[in-house]
Design a protein around this ligand. Structure first.
Ligand code: FEO
Ligand code: CA
Ligand code: CA
Length: 631
């Protein structure tokens, strides 16, 4: 059932040419077609946008897919390493030790592992100085320990925890080239054992209290830090994604409740195994510790002594990133995806307005506000371009069935169990929401839906923005809010691109939309970023086998799209076995920082030493002529 009133015809509906009655019948038609003949969508009818091949916005030559153990770029571009896993962040910190014998203490003062999302904070008034806050998502035991296996002691668990979290580093442009500044007092590690405050409605709740923290307001560590956000008041947001994987149980027959199961709790801990040597991660001993992770954490990069803060008002789930914008009357808006098959897209709107004149006045802005979850209607029967309407549904205790009768005693429980709350209000289960970004040009919001092999199973209908069963390629969803105001409860959505393989699966839905061709095809879009000119940068974390469904796609890569024409060109191909994730630009947009995460499968990137280990790295991409990236 739509939340729109029956007779309400909004401006937005006029824009997309839909009425409520129209898209209900469209959805019914679509469902009937699928029932009768399977998925009737063909390549020609899945056209999300027209590819002309002559975009004025994209000024580089599209490159071919590649399978080399290196960074491949268009003619006229070059790359170098800014920093790699294990690099000492202070002058007196131990050097990276490729043997794996380095200590946990050493790792706590070295660049973390598996860098992911990052944000660049220029120093006010100095275009040659900036801080980069960079997430470190996880670690690879294969490379971390000399034995290459699971952690075998408390020290080894601590070392693994020290690999994760955030690295804040200073960078300076010297002789025209950005470089890491090892002597900077701003360099900082926040890791799996750093003291962090809990704030917002869930802080202090009984479900947040443990034997070690009877207040429910102090937690150790942030880990599995996926992507990021940057507030207009100059703070960094790091998003806790697959936190549940770090927990296990010493009791093999431990029974989990509905909420624990929904967040993926298992006895075996997905091979991370911290619980074997750190009782904090043993759910049989510390079940509430699980509730203290899965949040968005705010960090002030310019105050290295500041305590990071987990902002519980933004909800607890497997956070991908946090895209900041604001309503037309100045309230902060944070769009967020929950990266799991069949999970949801959320929006937070702050109670108070952003004070742009006094950044410090916004210190606790993210503690008060309203969380919403998205419901998408089934969409338009006109299959040239899947599109439809959607609504934001409020996740506030006492509204929309979120009360004790449905298992929510108070707002803290709505937030701690945000996934359950979103299910209660009838949100749409999505194809793994990854990054979300907001266009600087027109305010449209883009979200990668990376893939979902379970689409089509019970509870996950093939319709709306999730139009393919067993979706192995992914798509990019886009929506425009009513009145172009992010405060609106209604929006119009369409699919900007449906990824696919038009060579292997010509003339089927698996070929993708018409802006996918044999030259630019890719799978599993994940990272996203806009530059100032409005180019949309797309990073992939997909199947790099270059075979079968993925033949001709090569290694994971980075592409660039013209949001208006829909044209997409391949800009960068990463080394073997990597994921390309994390994007920032220098203030003049002449340097692009790109994350290369977990090169593997025989990779020795970036040093290429004989028998050398691969190291996740942040790369510097520039033009040989010093021009603006992508132009
Ligand atoms: Fe950490 Fe969903 O990627
Ligand atoms: Ca990701
Ligand atoms: Ca991913």
């Amino acid at each position: 059932m739509s939340l729109l009133e029956e007779n309400q015809s909004t401006d937005l509906e006029k824009i997309v040419g839909l009425s409520r009655r129209g898209f209900i019948s469209a959805g019914a038609l679509c469902g009937a077609a699928m029932f009768l003949g399977g998925n009737l969508l063909s390549r020609s009818v899945l056209a999300a946008a027209v590819s002309e091949g002559n975009s004025k916005l994209l000024g580089f030559e599209s490159i071919a897919a590649a399978t080399a153990d290196t960074i491949t770029l268009p003619p006229g571009y070059k790359s170098s390493v800014l920093i790699s896993w294990g690099h000492p962040l202070q002058k007196n910190a131990p050097a990276y030790d490729p043997s794996g014998n380095g200590t946990a203490r050493a790792q706590e003062v070295q660049f973390g592992d598996n860098n992911d999302g990052m944000s660049l904070f220029p120093f006010p008034g100095d275009d040659n100085r900036a801080l980069l806050a960079i997430n470190n998502e996880y670690t690879n035991y294969q490379y971390l320990f000399p034995h290459g296996g699971q952690p075998q002691s408390a020290e080894e668990v601590h070392k693994a925890q020290a690999c994760e979290g955030v690295s804040v580093i200073e960078i300076q442009r010297r002789d025209g080239q950005w470089q890491f500044v090892q002597e900077s007092p701003y360099n900082r590690r926040i890791h799996g054992n750093t003291p962090i405050d809990l704030s917002g409605p869930a802080a202090g709740h009984d479900l947040m209290k443990t034997a070690a923290d009877k207040s429910g307001r102090k937690v150790l560590g942030t880990f599995q830090n996926c992507a990021n956000g940057m507030t207009p008041w100059g703070t960094y947001l790091t998003c806790e994604e697959n936190f549940t994987d770090c927990f296990g149980s010493s009791k093999a027959d431990l029974q989990f409740d509905t909420a624990q199961k929904r967040y993926g709790a298992t006895v075996a801990s997905s091979e991370i195994d911290w619980h074997l040597h750190d009782p904090r991660f043993d759910l049989a001993k510390n079940p509430n510790e699980l509730n203290r992770h899965g949040w968005v954490v705010e960090i002030d990069p310019f105050d290295p002594k500041s305590t990071p803060i987990k902002r519980t008002a933004l909800g607890r789930f497997k956070h991908e990133n946090a895209a900041l914008t604001q309503t037309s009357d100045g309230h902060a808006v944070v769009y967020m995806g929950d990266d799991e098959r069949g999970e949801f897209i959320y929006k937070f709107v702050s109670r108070d307005k952003v004070d742009h004149k006094n950044p410090k006045a916004n210190r606790n802005l993210l503690d008060h506000g309203t969380l919403y979850v998205a419901r998408f209607d089934a969409g338009d029967a006109n299959p040239d371009h899947p599109k439809g309407m959607g609504q934001w549904i409020e996740l506030t205790h006492g509204k929309n069935g979120l009360d004790a009768s449905n298992g929510f005693a108070d707002q803290a429980e709505v937030l701690i169990h945000a996934r359950l709350a979103a299910t209660t209000v009838g949100a749409t289960r999505m194809d793994r929401p990854e990054w979300i970004v907001v266009s600087p040009k027109d305010g449209q919001v883009y979200c990668t839906l990376t893939n979902n092999a379970k689409r089509g199973e019970a509870g996950q209908p093939v319709d709306g923005p999730n139009p393919r069963a067993k979706n192995v390629y992914g798509q990019i969803l886009r929506w425009r809010t009513e009145r172009d105001d992010h405060a609106s409860s209604t929006f119009a959505w369409d699919l900007f691109v449906v990824a696919g393989n038009p060579v292997v699966h010509a003339n089927t839905p698996k070929a993708g939309s018409s802006n996918i061709n044999p030259q630019n095809m890719f799978n599993s879009p994940d990272g996203l970023g806009f530059d100032k000119a409005g180019r949309l940068w797309i990073q992939t974390d997909g199947d790099f086998s270059n075979a079968g469904d993925f033949a001709g796609m090569g290694n994971n890569q980075m592409l660039c799209a013209d949001p208006d024409s829909g044209e997409i060109r391949r800009f960068l191909v990463g080394p073997l076995g990597c994921e390309v994730t994390g994007i920032s630009f220098s203030p003049d947009y002449k340097t692009l920082f790109v994350g290369i995460q977990h090169p593997s499968g025989g990779s020795t990137f970036p040093e290429h030493l004989p028998n050398g280990k691969p190291r996740s790295s942040v790369m510097i991409i520039t033009r040989e002529d010093g021009g603006v990236i992508g132009a």
